[in-house]
Structures are given as structure tokens and as C-alpha cells.
Design a protein. Structure first.
Ligand SMILES: O=C(O)CCC(=O)C(=O)O
Ligand SMILES: [Fe+2]
Length: 292
């Protein structure tokens, strides 16, 4: 990694206004101790209990997935994985700020994507995103005196993530940059470059987390990860929140059992706009295929 910008400050004594300023300025905040020790244990136990499975296979209502292979195994739709995943839908360490930053309470929140990622040695995710993108989910603004952030990722560390562990990297402030990151500019796609380890790009900084910490960041930040050089696994959980009018990324239809268990507040985040049917109609395979 070459030439990181300023390190993240110690925000422990900051006022709420200073933390807002920091989020607007840098595009991210680090939430120390966002998960309880008990939640961490249950999350890691859940991973340990999963049978080996390949992308495309389902473990109940959780789909095994990978973006590009080298970024590791994703357990998608992981809110279906049990109570610990349900209680994090409105995790108290972030939900009020997420709600405020997305639209100051003028919209409903939507869980755009919820997945757990396990990444092994040599794994990485390429450099992606940035303020140059003409996309709502890359939009972060406060120009009107009101927050409007199209997507906030809450990335929770389930293992310690330090040097060599394949940390997430960000370019601080890049959500406000009108220019594309130069190495992303060489890519065929302006949003993502698969073949470039993000940490090798200038001005990126590794975000080191203790298990239980969370990185809360706008998806408009130019980011990615380092390649993991240490043996073992990096385990993270990502919940992405958007305004209710942004389609969920993969549009998993929540199971009846999950919806029955969730509190009204959580149900609304998982499915802010329920499908509407004329009497007697149901979601058929044909309807699903039309939209896939
Ligand atoms: O794996 C990471 O550290 C970052 C993940 C990420 O940016 C993504 O999944 O979009
Ligand atoms: Fe990302």
C-alpha cells in the first residue's frame, strides 16, 4: 500500500455534531465494540456449524455465493440464519445514525443486502466505487441541510482484522471526489475493477478492526480490500442499508417464518414495500423469471 491519507482520529471524546462532521468529511466512521461478546460468539458458532457448500447451493433460506471467487464465500440473505442475524437488523450501535444519514427519517429504511463473508489466504476484493459514479447508492450529500445517503454499509468484524488479514481499505473522502480513482479509470467498468487489489492503489488506507467493531461507510467511498497474506480466515458480516425506494440487490423474498418472528420495526427494514397482489394471485415462478 502506498501513501495513505490521514489516519482515522480517536473519536471517543467527540460530540454527536463532530461525529456527523467526520462522517460527512471522511465518508466513514469506526464503531468500536458495536457487537457484544455474546453476539460475536453466536455468529462465529453459526459459521462453524455450516456444512461445506459451493456457490449456488442453499442452506435453508441462506444462499451460498461469491462475487468473483477470489473474494471468498458469501452467505447471502443471512438474515434468515437465525436470531442473532435478526437482532442486528436494527443494531443499536448504528441504526439511529444510519436512519438519520439516509434521509433524516423522511423515508423508510431498506436492507439492501445482508451477507456474511469468509475469506481465506490470498483472497481479496478489487477496488470499486467512488464519488464519480452517477448512482444513487454512491450518493452522499448534505447540501440541502438534510442528509441524503443512498447506501450505508455496516461492515462488522467477526475476527480481528489487522495487518496481513486482508483488511478493508478505503480512500478517505473519496465519496466527495468528482474524479474516478486512476486505477479504476483503467478498468472496463467505472464501478469495479476485479483484477486490482484495492490496497495496492494509491491513497488507500487499511481499516484495522477488533472482532466486534464495525466500519460504517457510504458505498460512495472508493474502497476494496488488501489481499490476505496470513493463514486462517477473515470473517465479516455486511448489512447494507438504503432508502426504501432502492431495490434490494438480490431481491430475496423473506420467508413467512422470518416475517412472523421479526418485530414490526425489523420487518419494515427487511421488506419496506410488501408485494401487492390482486385477490387470489401469488408470486409464481413465471413472475420470478420475468424479473431475473
Ligand atoms: O471485503 C471487504 O473488505 C470489503 C467488502 C466490500 O466492499 C463489498 O463487498 O462490497
Ligand atoms: Fe464494497
Amino acid at each position: 500500500m502506498s501513501g495513505a491519507l490521514a489516519p482515522y482520529p480517536d473519536d471517543s471524546g467527540m460530540s454527536a455534531a463532530e461525529k456527523d462532521y467526520l462522517f460527512d468529511l471522511l465518508g466513514y466512521r469506526i464503531l468500536r465494540g458495536a457487537l457484544t461478546a455474546e453476539q460475536l460468539r453466536r455468529l462465529n458458532d453459526w459459521i462453524d456449524a455450516q456444512p461445506p457448500a459451493k456457490p449456488g447451493e442453499w442452506l435453508g433460506d441462506v444462499e451460498v455465493h461469491s462475487y468473483q471467487g477470489h473474494d471468498g464465500t458469501n452467505y447471502q440473505n443471512v438474515v434468515e440464519g437465525g436470531p442473532v442475524f435478526e437482532e442486528l437488523i436494527d443494531g443499536p450501535a448504528w441504526i439511529d445514525d444510519v436512519r438519520r444519514y439516509i434521509c433524516n427519517g423522511t423515508c423508510a429504511l431498506s436492507l439492501n443486502e445482508a451477507f456474511l463473508n469468509v475469506r481465506e489466504q490470498a483472497g481479496y476484493i478489487g477496488i470499486h466505487s467512488g464519488g464519480h459514479l452517477p448512482s444513487l447508492i454512491a450518493t452522499t450529500r448534505h447540501r440541502t441541510g438534510q442528509w441524503m445517503v443512498g447506501q450505508i454499509n455496516v461492515l462488522m468484524a467477526l475476527t480481528d482484522v489487522g495487518p496481513g488479514d486482508g483488511a478493508t481499505v478505503i480512500v478517505p473522502g473519496s465519496h466527495k471526489s468528482d474524479l474516478i480513482h486512476p486505477v479504476l479509470a483503467e478498468s472496463a467498468h467505472p464501478a469495479y475493477r476485479d483484477d486490482f487489489v484495492a490496497a495496492d492503489a494509491a491513497m488507500t488506507a487499511e481499516v484495522h478492526l477488533k472482532a466486534g467493531d464495525a466500519l460504517m461507510f457510504t458505498d460512495g467511498l472508493c474502497h476494496g480490500s488488501a489481499a490476505r497474506t496470513n493463514p486462517g480466515e477473515r470473517r465479516i458480516l455486511i448489512y447494507r442499508y438504503s432508502p426504501h425506494y432502492v431495490m434490494p440487490r438480490y431481491n430475496y423474498v423473506p420467508s413467512d417464518a422470518l416475517m412472523a418472528r421479526l418485530t414490526p420495526a425489523r420487518r419494515s427494514i427487511v421488506q419496506p414495500v410488501p408485494p401487492r397482489f390482486a385477490p387470489g394471485r401469488t408470486l409464481t415462478d413465471g413472475a420470478r423469471a420475468r424479473f431475473s
